[in-house]
Design a protein around this ligand. Structure first.
Ligand SMILES: Cc1cc2nc3c(=O)[nH]c(=O)nc-3n(C[C@H](O)[C@H](O)[C@H](O)COP(=O)(O)OP(=O)(O)OC[C@H]3O[C@@H](n4cnc5c(N)ncnc54)[C@H](O)[C@@H]3O)c2cc1C
Length: 489
């Protein structure tokens, strides 16, 4: 039987962080990955990670200290997060940027990627040459003696006399045992498991659009419970913006409609009411939170006057995703949207794809949206009054966006669904990412990291850029170091 000191389950951001740290600390490590490729959401999704007091921040005179970061996070969660863990993550964050560079995954400190964060000190370290960088990190893991096994699913932790002795793995439909003294659960949460989502979600699962790792099906959290751990402690969804959703074709995408979704037009919820200050569109976490909190989807409304205008002219508004994409392409910002010469046929396509409705009256539109007609009529009329005064006395949207009424038929309502990047939390752990039981006693040799671990976030994740991925890499790295000490004892 093959013997390892540590088995890491899941080769995404947190798993690679854990495996590399443990292997470089002298442990014999197996990194097991369910899929054919390693990386998880940490590779196909995330573009970078947060740090405080990094070498790059110091060189750029960015004045954002570990204390600043700690206080920002702990205040955001009203001190309901684990203070020792929060301190451990932010303290480790700077050296992790250097460590990743040493191991082949370099980053550059960039302007914050969201428009609304331009005045926040820069924290986002964007990957340079990400895909090759991940390969170089993996080569360094192997150079340190680590073994990567892909298409290998871990199903069970085996323990004897309260100690981990192995894991049961499935490869090519064959079940076998790998002997190990410690297990790090790094399989990315449960966003790929519809049943688990339904258990933890506050909205209809059909209204949730997931951009997360489909292979993250909650296996680690299940195994955690099987060894006496807690797996339902503060499970949160990484609410992130909203996505136009075609009921007939989930893969449907139209650039114009996507851009229109990223603007603060009039938004209407399931009750037929306006529900928020729409300029939250400029903060992806808050935009996601408000959609989630208001039932899971909304419609944004356009009238024919705006559609006609946008055929030939542009709005001096910024698409909320413009900075993200421009930054990745190294292009300057335009702070403009449109013109969209084909907007009418784009909207027609959205109607055909069942992502939007078109109607000649607000009453007819309400009927199609399945909301009370009178309520919608009142809300649209009231919004038009606020626009006439350029003053949103309801939710205080910036007056520069209070310029577009909804008056001229036909009218369009485009649906945007609550969107998540994944789940975080469930696993109760301490600041070393050791699993705890209900009495908060350590379960020896069992660790949970990344999206499996609770502790730093509360009901949603703070708006600091790159924090989610930084939590994954740093929690993995800390667990890898601690586990390698544990197996030496
Ligand atoms: C589209 C997108 C964009 C994002 N952008 C950012 C960003 O810019 N900044 C930021 O901070 N965060 C971002 N995130 C979030 C970030 O990617 C996550 O915080 C991070 O990847 C979580 O790391 P993880 O190791 O927990 O999970 P993952 O990186 O997803 O890794 C989990 C791995 O475990 C494997 N696995 C699952 N089950 C098993 C099993 N039973 N056995 C073996 N292997 C298994 C999976 O296949 C996967 O490879 C983004 C996420 C997405 C989806």
């Amino acid at each position: 039987m093959t013997k390892f000191d540590i088995v890491v389950i899941g080769a995404g951001a947190s798993g690679i962080g854990a495996g590399l740290a443990a292997a470089q600390n002298g442990a014999k490590v197996a990194l097991l990955e369910k899929g054919a490729k390693f990386g998880g959401a940490g590779k196909f999704g995330a573009q970078g990670l947060f740090a405080a007091e990094s070498t790059k921040q110091k060189a750029a005179n960015v004045n954002y200290t570990v204390k600043d970061a700690y206080e920002e996070i702990i205040n955001y969660t009203h001190h309901s997060s684990n203070a020792r863990m929060t301190k451990a993550i932010v303290t480790k964050s700077a050296s992790t940027i250097d460590w990743l560079k040493e191991n082949g995954l370099d980053t550059e400190l960039v302007t914050n990627t969201q428009e609304v964060h331009q005045n926040h000190p820069r924290t986002y370290h964007q990957f340079i040459d990400k895909f090759n960088g991940f390969d170089r990190v993996m080569n360094n893991f192997k150079k340190a003696g680590g073994v990567l096994l892909t298409e290998t699913t871990v199903n069970k932790i085996i323990r004897e006399n309260g100690r981990v002795t192995g894991v049961e793995v499935v490869q090519n439909n064959q079940t076998s045992i790998l002997a190990t003294k410690a297990v790090i659960l790094a399989d990315g949460g449960f966003v790929g498991n519809r049943q688990e989502i339904a258990r933890s979600l506050a909205i209809d699962p059909d209204d949730l659009y997931s951009m997360g790792e489909r292979k993250a099906t909650g296996d680690g959290l299940r195994m955690l419970q099987e060894v006496g751990g807690i797996n339902n402690y503060k499970r949160i969804f990484e609410n992130h913006a909203a996505t136009v959703f075609s009921a007939s074709n989930p893969k449907w995408h139209n650039d114009t409609i996507f851009t229109l979704t990223c603007l603060p037009f009039l938004w209407i919820d399931k009750e037929g009411k306006r529900f928020t200050n729409e300029d939250l569109v400029y903060d992806f976490a808050l935009w996601g939170d408000t959609v989630y909190a208001n039932g899971g989807y909304y419609y944004f409304l356009l009238d024919q006057a705006l559609v006609d205008y946008l055929k030939t002219a542009s709005l001096n508004w910024t698409s909320s995703f413009e900075r993200t994409f421009r930054l990745l392409d190294g292009q300057p910002m335009t702070h403009k949207v449109g013109p969209f010469a084909e907007i009418e046929s784009d909207l027609q396509e959205a109607v055909q794809e069942k992502a939007a409705y078109k109607a000649d009256t607000i009453l007819e539109l309400a009927d199609k949206m399945n909301v009370d007609a009178k309520v919608l009529q009142q809300n649209v009329a009231h919004y038009n009054e606020l626009v006439a005064k350029h003053d949103d006395t309801d939710f205080y949207k910036d007056s520069s966006f209070m310029s577009i009424p909804v008056v001229k038929a036909p009218f369009y309502a485009v649906r945007a669904n609550s969107t998540t990047l994944g789940t975080v939390g469930g696993g109760l752990v301490n600041e070393n990412f050791e699993a705890l039981n209900a009495s908060r006693k350590v379960i020896p040799g069992v660790y949970a990291v990344g999206n499996n671990a609770s502790g730093m976030f509360d009901s949603s994740y703070p708006t600091i850029e790159g924090l989610s991925n930084a939590f994954a890499w740093n929690s993995g790295r800390i667990a890898g170091e601690k586990a390698s000490e544990f197996v030496r004892e």
